[in-house]
Design a binder for this molecule. Structure first.
Ligand code: FE2
Ligand code: FE2
Length: 346
């Protein structure tokens, strides 16, 4: 455990002691901090917060757990399936094992691929995790979202195979260096961000013949930017592999949410940086899958009720929402419309 001044708090940290203002409980022990929580603590004038540090996960002081992002909404896959993928990924990210045998990676690719090929009516409610296993969830989520995009475009099976491998391995560098930046798109000069690319390349090139050169190259270039202002290579537009350009959409969306932002803000981030970081084409494909108000977005309807988006409706701007235990599709037929998105300190 360590005591951290509020200006050094980061989304993803786990609160180790209840935080009170007078007798009011502001944040309870065990909460995974989101950007909005940190803002709230700041607004209440809280000076320091006790959070768990890395060693607490290792010593078992805190149990790592898989959490579905939005509790009141059905999850994208059932928890049992997801836990199994976690176990498989644990083996995949064990470098010594991966060097010997890539069959577990192939199996995981196959599993995710089959599950999400031509999946309709998606409730994009993903799982996240805390502690060391957070990388497992992020890698799997990136693979899921990228599969949805590529399968919508009818990409050939060979392409999907390489895409899924790239997604599952893209941040493996963080597990090699034992440190991780959750949202790694806004500071490409950060030493940890730079190291996760270099260490992944060092490791993966030794198994290039097994996983494919396109996968190794794509992992090494996953922080290039569409406008040419990326990391190391300064590749631009079509000179960046489509594997990377698809991966980046899933990667940024998932890690933006993991770092405490709402799905609506994650989608807004993709749209704002479309053509700068991201390929506008793949952003638009994901937009057509998730809609303007992705699953989990909290909104106020024109009847004054607060509702939460369950999934996309027939069109991008009129999602299916839930309020007062009623599920209804917004739009002309129901006469219900979104008046505004609930913003909480974002
Ligand atoms: Fe990364
Ligand atoms: Fe990532």
């Amino acid at each position: 455990m360590k005591s951290v001044p509020f200006y050094e708090l980061k989304p993803g940290q786990v609160v180790a002691e209840d935080v009170f203002k007078g007798s009011t409980l502001l944040i309870s022990k065990g909460t995974v901090l989101r950007a909005r929580d940190i803002e709230r603590l700041k607004n209440h004038g809280i000076k320091t917060v006790t959070v768990y540090d890395e060693t607490d996960f290792v010593t078992g002081a805190i149990q790592e757990k898989i959490i579905v992002q939005f509790e009141d909404i059905p999850s994208l896959v059932d928890e049992e399936q997801y836990s199994q993928w976690h176990e498989q990924f644990e083996i995949v990210k064990d470098i010594t094992y991966l060097k010997e045998d890539t069959s577990e990676l192939e199996e995981l690719v196959e599993d995710i691929y089959k599950k999400f090929l031509k999946a309709d009516d998606l409730v994009l409610n993903l799982f996240h995790s805390i502690g060391e296993k957070a990388l497992n969830a992020h890698s799997i989520n990136t693979a899921i979202i990228s599969t949805l995009i590529a399968s919508k475009l009818d990409m050939p099976e060979m392409f999907l195979n390489s895409l899924l491998k790239t997604c599952l391995l893209h941040d493996i560098g963080y597990s090699l260096i034992g440190n991780r930046v959750i949202f790694d798109y806004d500071n490409l000069d950060d030493m940890t961000v730079r190291s996760h690319i270099l260490s992944a390349y060092e490791m993966l090139r030794s198994i290039q013949s097994k996983i494919g050169k396109d996968v190794v190259d794509s992992v090494s270039t996953h922080h290039e930017r569409f406008d040419g202002n990326g990391i190391f290579m300064k590749l631009k537009e079509n000179s960046i592999s489509p594997l990377v350009r698809i991966l980046q959409v899933g990667d940024a969306y998932d890690s933006y949410i993991e770092s405490g932002h709402s799905p609506y803000n994650a989608m807004s981030f993709l749209l704002r940086y479309s053509g700068l970081i991201f390929d506008p084409y793949y952003v638009s494909v994901f937009f057509s899958i998730a809609g303007l108000y992705p699953t989990g977005t909290e909104v106020i309807l024109n009847n004054g009720k607060k509702a939460v988006v369950i999934r996309k409706g027939k069109t991008s701007s009129f999602p299916v929402v839930k309020f007062d235990n009623t599920i209804v599709e917004t739009g002309v037929e129901s006469g219900l419309f979104i008046k505004e998105v609930v913003r909480k300190g974002e």
